[in-house]
Design a binder for this molecule. Structure first.
Ligand SMILES: Nc1ncnc2c1ncn2[C@@H]1O[C@H](COP(=O)(O)OP(=O)(O)O)[C@@H](O)[C@H]1O
Ligand SMILES: [Mg+2]
Length: 497
């Protein structure tokens, strides 16, 4: 046996890495991740069409890099995904800076300042050679080289007076379809950057917003200050915040926070439009997954639920720590991930509850009917955060029966009812409901039994209800008659009073 040296060819490897599916918005977000991890407080994005030679720069005031650190940062696969990362690290594969940049441009320049020293290095795909020995060599720029980069002339003076920080500069942006005319390409660039701006405002909304004890991150977009775009409209009173729940995987916690956004009748037209988020509520419903506060996946139900008109106001936030990256299979672009089966099962349970709350906002009619039921058989009580279902001991059918019983029998009936309450098969019921809500049925009360039940109750009511309409109204507010309004009305219509 012997070994052969098999070095990848730099130029073909780099060229193929360009097409792993970044778009300009996801690519910019990946570069911004590095700035945030480096502790930046202000990130300045600049771009210019520059007479058909467009460029884009992302400058931060983070900790910056030394000569060796820039060298390391420019290397493909600088950090292994198997390495344990700092808790607030937004990085993953040690590829982001390179793959994101090359997906958009052929020339990547990194200029960084740390400990009073400025280091500048550059990858230019047009200069990368085929052989591994020459191809992986990187260009190191000196002060003079940097001063000759014309597009930096307005940016560099203020950068060099910063204590520390980094400039990422993209030139040779060749992805704007070369066959189009220059005018169309310029328009296209502006359009794409408009999309990128929205993407950044939503992806980093939790950084752009001030949070407890932390100053908000500032991102400037060609001079404009970006504003947090919170997909849950948390500042509105009309947003329903459902109870937070936790899911555990490998002993690590994920937090699930469901929201139902305000129904259009509850907010101004402008506000309703704003949170529709471009492609609309129907499209934007679903899970929103955050890794270390940064949005990675939005508006998907992971095939656990169909995007229905009735659930369109539901958005569920999931927070995952970066220690669960491998479980969620986060991809290089940080724009795709898929939950493992165990997580899906837990999410399935959560959404069936959430689905109900979301639909209720629309089913105004059903909602009102429910509110009109004055004598339900089951009572739902919420006390100190706990939800309890119990039997309504004052329900007419129960009271009527009770009156016929002696003391010891009343006591026994009390015991029977308590045992029924205490053994309500909630786990089984919930599981069934979560898996196949459409197959769930209540036991049917046979026609004759229903009628005799109704007549029993009607007879006690008849004393003060001389009119059929009043009787109907009263019976329709009592269960089980309220759930079968047609049957109830038919029987009363046949009655002779
Ligand atoms: N703006 C920046 N400020 C400081 N360090 C940076 C910056 N950008 C990149 N780096 C360094 O370069 C490394 C490689 O970055 P990247 O290719 O995006 O991979 P990853 O983020 O997965 O580590 C980072 O881990 C970080 O140490
Ligand atoms: Mg990174």
């Amino acid at each position: 046996m012997h070994f052969e040296e098999l070095q990848p060819s730099p130029s073909s490897l780099l060229e193929s890495l360009r097409d792993i599916g970044y778009s300009i918005d996801t690519a910019m977000a990946d570069v911004i991740d590095n700035s945030i991890t480096a502790g930046a407080k202000t990130i300045t994005i600049r771009f210019d069409w520059n007479d058909s030679e467009p460029w884009l720069s992302i400058t931060d005031d983070g900790i910056g890099m030394s000569y060796l650190e820039v060298l390391h940062a420019m290397k493909l696969g600088s950090n292994s995904p198997l390495e344990e990362r700092q808790e607030n690290d937004l990085g993953r594969f040690g590829l982001g800076l390179k793959t994101a940049s090359f997906s958009q441009c052929r020339q990547l320049t990194v200029i960084s300042k740390k400990d009073d020293a400025i280091t500048a290095m550059e990858w230019d795909l047009d200069l990368v050679l085929d052989s591994a020995s020459d191809g992986w060599r990187i260009k190191v720029l000196n002060d003079e080289d940097v001063s000759k980069i014309k597009v930096l002339s307005s940016l560099y003076p203020s950068f060099s007076s910063q204590e520390h920080g980094t400039i990422i500069l993209w030139r040779k942006l060749d992805r704007l379809d070369n066959f189009d005319s220059s005018v169309i390409r310029e328009k296209k660039l502006n359009q794409l950057l408009g999309i990128a701006r929205n993407h950044i405002e939503v992806t980093f909304h939790r950084f752009l917003n001030k949070s407890k004890g932390k100053k908000a991150l500032q991102i400037l977009f060609n001079g404009d200050q970006l504003v947090a775009n919170d997909p849950f409209n948390q500042s509105s009173n009309a947003t329903i915040e459902l109870p937070e729940q936790s899911i555990y995987v490998d002993g690590k916690k994920m937090i699930v926070q469901p929201y139902v956004l305000p129904h259009y009748s509850k907010v101004s037209k402008e506000e309703y439009q704003k949170y529709a988020g471009g492609s609309g509520y129907l499209h934007n419903q679903g899970f929103y997954v955050y890794r270390n506060q940064r949005l990675i996946i939005k508006n998907t139900w992971f095939r656990l639920l169909a995007k229905d008109e009735l659930t369109k106001l539901i958005r569920v936030r999931i927070d995952i720590p970066n220690t669960l990256d491998h479980v969620w299979k986060i991809d290089v672009k940080k724009s795709h991930a898929s939950p493992p089966e165990s997580v899906k099962n837990q999410l399935r349970q959560i959404i069936s509850e959430v689905e109900y709350s979301g639909k209720r906002v629309f089913k105004q009619k059903g909602h009102r009917l429910e509110a009109r039921v004055k004598e339900p058989l089951w009572i739902r009580t919420i006390a100190s955060g706990k939800i309890i279902y119990s039997i309504n001991k004052h329900h007419p059918l129960i009271e009527l029966f009770n009156q016929k019983l002696g003391d010891s029998e009343q006591f026994e009936l009390g015991n029977v009812l308590k045992s029924i309450e205490a053994s309500f098969p909630s786990d089984l019921y919930f599981n069934d409901f979560a898996n196949s809500p459409d197959r769930m049925e209540k036991p049917e009360i046979p026609e004759d039994e229903f009628e005799s039940m109704l007549l029993t109750v009607a007879h006690i009511l008849i004393e003060d209800a001389t009119q059929k309409d009043t009787l109907k109204q009263q019976l329709l507010s009592i269960e089980p008659f309220a759930s079968s309004p047609n049957r109830t009305i038919n029987i009363i219509d046949k009655m002779e009073i």
